[in-house]
Design a protein around this ligand. Structure first.
Ligand SMILES: [Zn+2]
Length: 177
């Protein structure tokens, strides 16, 4: 198994804490991406998606995963299991310094997740304290904040799946970095 953390960043204008609408472990937030077969290197033509709230049985009949898929080229099964509890909202400070926020960990067998695509289902708080429902499926979000009398926006979206290691820290705490 290999763990991948989905890291993301964006240019935030008068907004902070960009995250899924129900928080970083929003059970219905949809992650869209393609998968690359570790066996033959084929990248799936169509994007696939996973949510924390949906699991399917493993081909072995024991246990479940959020995604079970067969490589179209070589026929090998791959599975992806999401690991909640390690996501962070993207703050204005991180955005300004070009830092990324880790959003979700994926425990992958047989597949490597690639090409995450931003979709609907996000939220962020403006500097005037107003929460906005944000749809990023068009690649950006631009609005005018009446209360703060300033523009608010999310542009220049970037994301990356990066291999992380599971590390046991003191006090029974597990981190992925
Ligand atoms: Zn394959």
């Amino acid at each position: 198994m290999v763990f991948y953390m989905l890291y993301f960043t964006a240019e935030l204008e008068n907004l902070t804490d960009l995250q899924p609408r129900g928080g970083c472990d929003d059970p219905s937030f949809t992650y869209n991406f393609k998968v690359k077969c570790e066996n033959c290197g084929e990248v799936s033509q169509k994007a696939t998606w996973v949510t924390l709230s949906e699991s399917v049985p493993l081909p072995t009949g024991r246990g479940t995963a959020n995604l079970v898929q067969k490589c179209k080229l070589c026929g090998r099964d791959g599975t992806i299991q999401m690991v909640p509890g390690h996501g962070q909202p993207l703050t204005l400070g991180q955005s300004q310094s070009g830092a990324t926020a880790g959003l979700m960990v994926f425990d992958c067998r047989g597949f490597e997740p690639v090409e995450f695509s931003f979709d609907d289902g996000w939220k962020a708080e403006s500097t005037s304290g107003t929460w906005y429902d944000i749809d990023l499926s068009e690649g950006e979000f631009v609005e005018y904040d009446e209360k703060g009398e300033c523009p608010v926006g999310v542009t220049n979206l970037q994301s990356l799946f990066k291999v992380v290691k599971k590390q046991e820290r003191g006090g029974g705490k597990t981190v992925y970095a």
